[in-house]
Design a protein around this ligand. Structure first.
Ligand SMILES: [Mg+2]
Length: 499
């Protein structure tokens, strides 16, 4: 058995995701489309050395990926991919790869199939095209008397038997017919799609249909297709979790406005799921966030608001630390005094037991100077930071956050914090993890390097919402282990998914 994957295409509908790589290297579940296909073929029994890939647009990226991951796979280059894609690619591949009497599988590199798809086609002993009788979106296939007779634009949508999944299995006779078809088509020197080639082929060779109804597959021809495929191939099920930890800014709301569908989603799932709301911001108190969420129609209690102040207080209690130097605003200072009545603020190097740096919206030069001196005079002084975010989004742009203050101290003293309680530290949600168990919780957020990283550190699933900072393009740079379990535009979409 042999397999050909056509990965030469430059599809402008996939910009900006395919600006730096071909569509076949776009990822679903952290695995590129082409790798999904290779894994499927290999699992079905095709040897790596029996697979060829036709590359054109960014062919160097395809070549590099294959050399690193599947060195036995042969790459065929189609330099004319802009003018002639599928017909030319098939012609080149059939000319340059040794094709014998064994079955040949042909697929578009911009499709993703689950294992059952490839398996069904493998079980079919004849030449066949994979099509889905349960779908109506895509290139139509018309079949009569057990034989495919037309494919593509010539078939009226209402008359279609199935939708083509751009995956074929060809026997020796069909391979020979395909050689003739592609040789004729390339003379035209124009773009000829896989469906148009197949339409030619079914007139000269008998091709049957393998129905994909009930399987998962997707043709990624646009960003909308990709978004649907992200959800269709996600292994995340809301019924598997008991608790959701929601980042707030960019996930639950932007400014004072809740993001579409958020309130409804929380309302509808309030009986089955425990909701926790998490932020790194220590310029405000948990009670401030509770009031803010309540005003948006999200009822919650203060103990379901998680900020770095919780683990900070627990740490100070655990280590019986009472004399601290604090870089934090007056509200934070009052909060800590209430939580720890014996707390004393001091910049005396003899008395001070820890330096605490928070998002100090009332920062002064004197505070910075005292902190820097303390760090130098006592090299073993515990240096506690509430979080490491460099900037905080504000009404007119980004403003310096706790990380910038830490950076000034590091530049001055060379010291970095001993403990950071905020995201992505698992310490922030330790209480929730202990209560729910990481296998029953999921973190929902809009930042990969805080929310996503924290989920990784905790060992729970991560749902990435595209309603805040992260773009789908940035997600595509992640590896398989870092990839979100689910990608949705916003929480409202998650509501539609479970209803
Ligand atoms: Mg956020």
């Amino acid at each position: 058995m042999k397999a050909l994957i056509l990965a030469e295409n430059d599809n402008r509908e996939l910009r900006p995701l395919n600006s730096r790589k071909p569509g076949a290297l776009i990822k679903i579940n952290g695995i590129s489309l082409i790798e999904h296909q290779i894994r499927g073929y290999v699992k079905a029994g095709v040897k790596e050395a029996s697979i060829a890939v036709v590359a054109g647009y960014h062919h160097d990226k395809v070549k590099r990926f294959l050399k690193r991951t599947y060195p036995a796979i042969r790459v065929v280059k189609n330099d004319d991919y802009r003018l002639m894609s599928a017909a030319r690619s098939l012609h080149l591949a059939l000319e340059s790869v040794e094709i014998d009497d064994e079955a040949l599988f042909v697929s578009s590199g911009e499709c993703v199939y689950d294992d059952r798809v490839v398996e069904r086609l493998f079980k079919c002993g004849a030449s066949a095209v994979a099509g889905d009788t349960s779908r109506s979106d895509g290139e139509s296939i018309l079949m009569t008397n057990g034989r495919v007779i037309r494919v593509g634009a010539a078939v009226a949508k209402e008359a279609a038997t199935a939708i083509s999944a751009d995956l074929w299995r060809l026997d020796a006779h069909a391979i020979s017919a395909l050689k003739g078809v592609t040789a004729e088509r390339i003379v035209e020197k124009r773009h000829v799609s896989m469906s148009a080639v197949l339409d030619d082929l079914v007139r000269t060779a008998r091709v049957t249909l393998v129905d994909l109804a009930g399987t998962k597959w997707a043709a990624i021809c646009s960003l909308a297709n990709l978004h649907q495929a992200d959800k269709r191939f996600s292994r995340f099920a809301l019924s598997d979790v008991r608790c959701l930890v929601l980042d707030m800014d960019g996930t639950v709301y932007v400014g004072d406005l809740p993001i579409r569908g958020t309130v409804e989603f929380i309302e509808r799932n309030a009986q089955e799921l425990a909701f926790y709301f998490v932020t790194n911001n220590t310029s405000k108190l948990p009670e401030d966030y509770r009031l803010r969420l309540n005003a948006m129609g999200i009822p919650t209690e203060s103990d379901h608001i998680i900020t770095p102040l919780g683990p900070l207080v627990a740490y100070l209690k655990d280590y019986t630390i009472r004399n601290v130097c604090l870089l934090g605003n007056a509200r934070l200072c009052a909060y800590l005094r209430q939580a720890l009545p014996e707390l004393e603020l001091t910049a005396d190097p003899e008395a001070c037991e820890a330096l605490i740096v928070a998002y100090d919206t009332e920062l002064t030069y004197d505070k910075l100077r005292d902190a820097a001196v303390l760090l130098q005079q006592n090299p073993r002084l515990p240096f506690l930071a509430t979080h490491g975010d460099l900037v905080c989004p504000a009404e007119h742009g980004f403003v310096p956050d706790c990380g910038c203050i830490l950076s000034v101290l590091e530049q001055t003293t060379g010291r970095k914090p001993t403990v950071v309680f905020g995201k992505p530290s698992p310490l922030l949600v330790e209480r929730v993890t202990e209560q729910c168990g990481e296998e029953h919780m999921a973190i929902v957020g809009d930042r990969l390097y805080t929310d996503g990283k924290m989920a990784q550190n905790v060992g729970c699933r991560f749902i990435c919402v595209l309603s805040g900072e992260t773009t789908r393009e940035q997600i595509d740079d992640l590896g398989e282990d870092e990839f979100p379990a689910l990608i949705v535009r916003d929480l409202g979409e998650l509501l539609a998914r479970v209803s």
